[in-house]
Design a binder for this molecule. Sequence first.
Ligand code: ME8
Length: 680
Amino acid sequence: MKTFYVTTPIYYVNAKPHLGHLYTTILADALARHHRQCGAQTFFLTGTDEHGQNIERTAEKNGIPVKEHVDGVVAEFKDAFAKFGLQPDHWIRTTDEYHERGAQVLFQKVQEAGFIYKGHYEGWFCTGCAEFKEETEPGQAPWCDLHDRHAERVAEESYFFKLAEFQDRLLDLYENNPEFIQPEARRNEIISFVKGGLKDLSVSRVSVKWGIPVPGDPQHTMYVWFDALSNYITALGFGNDVRQGFETFWPVVLHLVGKDILRFHTVYWPAFLMAAGVPVPKTVFAHGMWLSGGRKMSKTLRNTIDLGILLKYFTREQVRYFCLREMSFGQDGDFTYEALIGRVNADLAAGWGNLSSRTLTMIRNSCDGVLPNASAEISDEARNAVEAVKAAFAEAEKTYLTEFERIATGRAVEAVWHMIATLDKYLSDHAPWKLAKDPAAQPLLETVLYMAAEGLRHITVLMAPVMPEAAQAIWQQLGFAGSPADVNPETLSWEALPSGTHIGEIQGLFPRLDKGKVMTDIKQDEAKQAAAEAASLAATEAAPTAAAPAPAAMPALTVESPAVPVVEEKGYITIDDFTKVELRVAQVLEAERIPKADKLLRLQVDVGEEKPRQILAGIAMYYEPEKLVGRKIVVVANLAPRKMRGLESQGMLLAASIGEEGRPVLATFTEDVPNGARLK
Ligand code: ME8
């Protein structure tokens, strides 16, 4: 029997799930359903990555024990995925005992094979990526674009994995197994990365307590990526006897990952496995990233699409359809609600929905609701038209299967929409509503409606992995027993419909959405949510005891967190005091670093005056200058000018001061505001 093992990344539990996590899991769910429908023994694995410094710190910041924190977020992930109807066969947690044991066995095997040694690590680490970063400028903390922050200095005893020894074996793997890294463009990137040379990898930390102890040396915890990657085999019982399936499913696996974590999966992971003498996975497929406002959607950048809002305005299957249809093979895609509404209205309401309700209504009205069969008594011309539809379907079905196999679900679904268009045209050409008025045209009418019903059956079978609930509902409306998911799309053929079958109750499945209204409501919800998040962020991230340390130059006016008792300390001010401060909307026109001043950025801002103003701001450690250009911010416009580093600063920015380090977060607007508008 064929097998199909598909995995998603296991997700970090330092924030709630968002559309990005949902997307990979929807993709895995659809692929698993497709392969199951094609008769394969299928295993779909997802789960959560629960160890590491970032998670330890998030729990600390929230003031709760780490296990309690991770249990809470895991419940949120499981709940969100269940609400979207996703059905993994197993949910692995890296805090599960069997996983911890299995990961230790893998570590031990690598160690026994002589590929791990003890040394001292000194360098940079981004906790967001859980990745060691190379220094770009001597002595300077490297900047992480993905997490919008600098890496941190680490200097400690560490176990190292001899990654450098695997360069040739990895290159051979890529060379001999072109399907190992997909798509092709990503494969080339990894090949050139590995050709550039590999360094040994630090695989343990003594300063991180929340992790799996290194076997035989519990002072050290395992590097979180070693722990996390091993989930793909511990879930199948590797190194433990709690789980099963290793012999059945490994190594013929498809690892679905975002391109952000491809290197871990195609360099570290096969190297760890080779070192331990375990076969390497068959394929790692990197999909593109959902962007929002032009940047990768991520919890760090706070530009994610909220799953609650999605479910409030859309059905889970509409979201699923959009994700599977819209994300082009391996490319990034911009997520907008407008595009989602567009697909719902054009493809679902006017496309599949219209075809099915049209077909079913005609069968109800012209055939007493009984599915007709094709008649032999039709003209050659009519017969040719039937053959043309069948040929177009055969072609599209072939494309569908090929594209699903390539994980190009958008193309596969597109092929189904060719079938819908073909059938729509066939119906318009033959106008069965007119044929129904002519008793002599009865054989042709039955043929046309048979073609519509049987064509709709094909479409419904192919849509079963993409929109399982809608497919099931249309199946029942057609009067069929069982499920379209039980029909193998590889052996679909034009069949006589079971005679005497009565169609079910006709129900519209795909209502049109009112774009204007839905967009207005969503914008309102988003604004409310942003305000609530900002308030809770200020409450949780504020330093509860000490105020933020003053940066060397203090050009940013920071809003103290509510946890600092400003009122008691300083007393009330009058409205007159407040109006003395002239706060205005400004737009950043230019931004650049100032040589030899690590902390300062020089900005040119438009405050709605004749000329732009120059403002020096102590935010260079936290904001990349080019990313500020175009942004609307708030400035204190009537502050006396002052000179810093020989340059005049003609105002001050407004920013919240977050955490003990006093990280500035610029005040901004979610709605459009003119430059120079006064804040009162
Ligand atoms: O990286 N667009 O976890 P993570 C599309 N724990 N997919 C996205 C996305 C976006 N904007 N944002 C996230 C980790 N994803 C590690 C993985 S695996 C052994 C350990 C999806 O919570 C995508 O699949 O940061 C991406 O690779 C993954 O979530 C990262 O999830």
